[in-house]
Write a protein that binds this ligand. Structure first.
Ligand code: GDP
Ligand code: MG
Length: 440
């Protein structure tokens, strides 16, 4: 899937503290292939990759704490931007009712979306009226009526012999009579775009002057859907898109392309056949889901704010020369402590992600504080050279820090393990040091 292949392209960068031009090129190549395979428009892909590359190069990644993560962040931001940036809301008429026309090909999910949209509006204390203006398929009117009954929202219809433009006009009067403040008009679709349908929809638009014309697009149809969207937009001036069937095995291309090609924001997404309130579309959330990032982004930001880059680099340098002391050990923990979920944070700190021994420690906050207290109770000489640490010194430190001799021993063991590991890395020669032996 798109998600898998993008993630694997980026995962290789994520752990790196030094990025070569070749690393970035290779990642960009993989990202390009992943997007094309997901049926994203070729031009959109080209622009996207160029923007990411430009930013990645322009940023001077080496100055950043976590260069690999920076690229991930850039990709995330550009994906979000591609899908419209911020969430796009439905515009409400200054004088009710707000009139929303749903248009799109047959089977795209218009009728289903009307019902779901009705639920979403009612949830926000609106009084929707659903309008059955698809008179061509005999079952279409019944389908909407059944849905309306199911969710207890009124449906306006004039039977299958009425003219769709007349139905739409009459529905406004009905809305006023019934006190509905939002009118959702279901329209006919065709299997393909045809002129007659477009003319009818244009007529309807002129008659009711809708606040919004939402194009319903089936995400499963990928790029085709986007071409359809272009045509609808040219004829009708679409104000937004509802992307349906995103629950299926859609390859993601429509979600990533439709906005860039038509300029119309995705406003809602359909995630199933079941009638539930339609979900507003959040570009940032989908981007983060595609990249499988969860909270990682906010952690990157916090790390940038709170980790002292100079100190971290100094520490890294000392690690390499194996002059790593208990002072450094303490500093390391102090830097990490403010950041949040520690298993995730650890992976981002220069050096930490390679220290297998540390990964296994259960680093809850209380434990951090105790470790900090233990080191604080040592004399400067003890911190520089723990080999002086005999039994009586250990007892003194335990008493001074309000911990036990066992905890003091544990901490010293962890420190030794960490230092051992660093020596091993330092001894690994050119291959490691070229990439940064302790790089995150
Ligand atoms: P219309 O012709 O555009 O009005 O499309 P319909 O609303 O009748 O939907 C066509 C089919 O797609 C129906 O079987 C719906 O249940 C199904 N459908 C609509 N929206 C979704 C969705 O978000 N996810 C899935 N899986 N199916 C959907
Ligand atoms: Mg329908």
């Amino acid at each position: 899937s798109l998600s898998n292949s993008l993630q694997s392209a980026l995962n290789r960068l994520r752990g790196k503290g030094r990025l070569t031009e070749a690393d970035v090129q290779e990642a960009m190549r993989e990202i390009r292939l992943a997007l094309l395979a997901a049926d994203v428009n070729v031009k959109v892909v080209r622009d996207f990759v160029n923007r990411v590359r430009e930013r990645a190069v322009g940023q001077d990644l080496q100055k950043s704490l976590t260069p690999g993560q920076q690229v991930v962040k850039i990709v995330y931001e550009e994906l979000t931007e591609l899908m419209g940036g911020a969430q796009a809301r439905i515009q409400m008429a200054s004088k009710p009712p707000t009139v929303v026309m749903l248009v799109g090909l047959q089977g795209a999910g218009k009728t289903t979306a009307i019902a779901k949209l009705g639920l979403a509006f009612r949830q926000h204390q609106h009084r929707p009226l659903l309008v059955a203006a698809d008179v061509y398929r005999p079952a279409a009117i019944d389908q909407l009526k059944v849905l309306g009954k199911q969710i207890d929202i009124p449906v306006f219809d004039q039977g299958a012999d009425a003219n769709p433009v007349d139905i739409a006009k009459a529905s406004l009067a009905e809305a006023e009579r019934a006190g509905a403040d939002i009118v959702l008009i279901d329209t006919a679709g065709r299997l393909h775009i045809d002129d007659q349908l477009m003319e009818e929809l244009e007529g309807m638009k002129a008659a009711v002057q809708p606040t919004e014309i939402l194009l319903v697009v089936d995400a499963m149809t990928g790029q085709d859907a986007v071409h359809v969207a272009e045509t609808f937009h040219q004829r009708l001036g679409v104000t937004g898109v509802i992307l349906t069937k995103l629950d299926g095995d859609a390859r993601g291309g429509a979600a990533l392309t439709v906005r860039a090609v038509t300029g119309c924001p995705i406003k809602y997404v359909g995630l199933g056949e079941k009638i539930e309130p339609l979900e507003p579309f959040h570009p940032d959330r989908l981007a983060s889901r595609i990249l499988g990032m969860g909270d990682v982004l906010s952690l990157i930001e916090r790390a940038q704010e709170r980790i002292d880059l100079e100190k971290a680099k100094e520490m890294e340098a000392r690690m390499r020369t194996s002059s790593f002391t208990l002072n450094d050990f303490q500093e390391m923990f102090r830097q990490v402590r403010n950041l949040g979920p520690l298993d995730q944070v650890l992976k981002m700190i220069p050096g930490m992600n390679r220290m297998k021994g540390l990964e296994n420690i259960d680093l809850n906050d209380r434990r951090f504080l105790r470790m900090d207290a233990i080191i604080s109770s040592m004399t400067p000489a003890e911190r520089e050279d723990p080999s002086v640490m005999n039994a009586s010194r250990r007892r003194r430190i335990a008493n001074g820090s309000g911990t036990t001799v066992r905890e003091v021993n544990q901490l010293l063991n962890q420190f030794e393990q960490t230092r051992e590991m660093m020596k091993r890395f330092t001894g690994m020669g050119k291959r490691m040091s070229r990439r940064g032996a302790m790089s995150a």
